[in-house]
Design a protein around this ligand. Structure first.
Ligand SMILES: *Cc1c(COP(=O)(O)O)cnc(C)c1O
Length: 455
């Protein structure tokens, strides 16, 4: 496969590459994941405990042990607006690096929200609409999830109310405008509208944990209102498997029969799980043997430095307790530019897969990420969102290592969003104003002290 002009980067795409089923990894794992626990009784929760927040179809998916779940025709129809998403080979980047490695990236920036988030927003809103729900509340960090949910709500005629993490609300006004353009309402979190928000000063920079508490509090008060989460939960990871399923089909079409490394960035773990789980299925079946690696920011390192414990998903402790890699539910990460990765916990399913030894994890500082991002933009012509630059930084590192060893590794990653609304971050980087903020042992210990003493 010699280097070829830009036009030929794109594989031929047709609808046969669009899966009609989501893949649930749970029945294929050597051990079942630990159950979520009731925040009050610490007993495993049942479906009825979640019924106030989610419609039954989604709860059923959350606890499903079926290997495949059919994608409703109505959802497929919306997916077809941008799916299958393209899988590109990074010919120009490879050439610039002088590497014998072959780098492929699955580009999710082509969606209406500019990220992978609509892959789950659309089915979540569909199932809520079918259950007669009139309004959804949610949180958003970088603004991507709020945008995706507002878009999906506009398609199925639901109201959408979004609590945006304060720091990102202030720094990314265009995200708010985008959410409003799709018909959503946006509040700066911590807001004065909820008890959870009023527990913090109004000018607090906020966190995903606080914003989740606010959205959950409001949804719990009304019969016709439910809550939607853009990451972390099993059903979210399930919906995202369209990314990996398409990538497998597209790689096969490109004549790639083996894959050495699958890399994804992890905030709550949804784009990573969505890309990697189908590859992991093939690996567990002995058909391919790639290393599967998560990359997280050095300032929110839940997998690499957090503890595997039962903890809350939010700051106020309103959610069920989930066994996951956590930095402590009231941990407030430094306001790095990859807002989508500033979460204290990791999806319980990813945490479980990690504990089973089926994947590896590493962390990267943000300046190294933007260094990779600029290299990528200048060769491939796409400005990446700050989140996937974590995976790109490692992909580039690996490709450079191949240059030393002469290995023709096949590297696959998800470019899970574009960065056209993140130009302030690029501006800071290009002007030399971007700094790295690690996480001190002391801050980590303080945050972990808040984790409840269970299991
Ligand atoms: C939300 C978001 C993330 C982080 O969420 P995951 O669940 O870990 O995927 C990463 N990248 C982008 C572009 C996002 O919008």
């Amino acid at each position: 496969m010699a280097s070829s002009p830009v036009k030929q980067h794109k594989f031929l795409l047709d609808e046969s590459e669009m899966p009609t089923r989501w893949y649930n990894i749970v029945p294929d794992l050597p051990a079942p994941p630990p159950p979520p626990l009731h925040p009050g009784t610490h007993q495993p929760i049942g479906p009825e405990d979640l019924a106030g927040l989610f419609p039954m179809d989604l709860i059923a998916q959350e606890v499903s042990t079926e290997r495949y779940i059919d994608i409703p025709e109505e959802v497929q129809e919306v997916y077809r607006l941008w799916r299958p998403s393209p899988l590109y080979r990074a010919h120009s980047l490879e050439k610039a690096l002088g590497t014998p490695a072959r780098i492929y990236y699955k580009y999710e920036g082509v969606s209406p929200a500019g990220s992978h988030k609509p892959n789950t927003a659309v089915p979540q809103v569909f199932y809520n609409a079918r259950a007669g729900v009139k309004k959804l509340t949610t949180e958003t960090g970088a603004g991507q999830w709020g945008t995706a949910l507002a878009f999906a709500c506009s398609l199925f005629d639901l109201e959408c109310e979004v609590w945006q993490v304060g720091g990102s609300y202030d720094a990314k006004p265009y995200r708010r405008t985008l959410i409003e353009t799709f018909g959503g309402t946006v509040h700066r979190s911590p807001s004065r509208l909820t008890e959870a928000g009023r527990a913090f000063p109004e000018d607090h920079t906020g966190s995903l944990g606080i914003a989740i508490s606010e959205a959950v509090e409001v949804a719990a008060q009304r019969e016709d209102t439910k809550y939607a989460l853009g990451s972390v939960l099993n059903h979210v990871l399930l919906h995202q498997t369209v990314i990996g399923e398409e990538a497998l089909l597209q790689l096969a079409k490109a004549g790639e029969t083996d894959v050495d490394l699958v890399i994804g960035c992890t905030g709550g773990g949804s784009n990573f799980g969505g890309l990697c789980f189908p590859f992991l299925r093939e690996k567990m079946a002995g058909r391919i043997n790639p290393e599967i690696r998560a990359v997280e920011p050095a300032s929110a390192p839940s997998l690499t430095r957090g503890e595997y414990r039962y903890d809350f998903g939010d700051t106020a402790g309103l959610t069920p307790l989930m066994k996951m890699h956590t930095l402590g539910h009231d941990f407030v990460p430094d306001p790095i530019h990859a807002g989508g990765l500033r979460y204290h916990g990791m999806a319980p399913l990813i945490s479980h897969v990690y504990e089973l030894g089926l994947m590896t994890a590493t962390s990267v500082d943000q300046t190294a990420c933007f260094d990779a991002a600029v290299r990528f933009a200048r060769t491939e012509g796409i400005v990446p969102a700050p989140e996937p630059t974590h995976a790109l930084a490692v992909a580039i590192q690996e490709a450079l290592a191949c240059k030393e060893t002469g290995e023709e590794k096949v590297i696959v990653t998800a470019l899970c969003g574009h960065g056209l609304l993140d130009l302030a971050a690029y501006e800071a980087f290009l002007a030399g104003r971007m700094t790295d903020s690690g996480l001190s042992e002391e801050d980590l210990r303080t945050a972990l002290a808040a984790v409840p003493a269970i299991g």
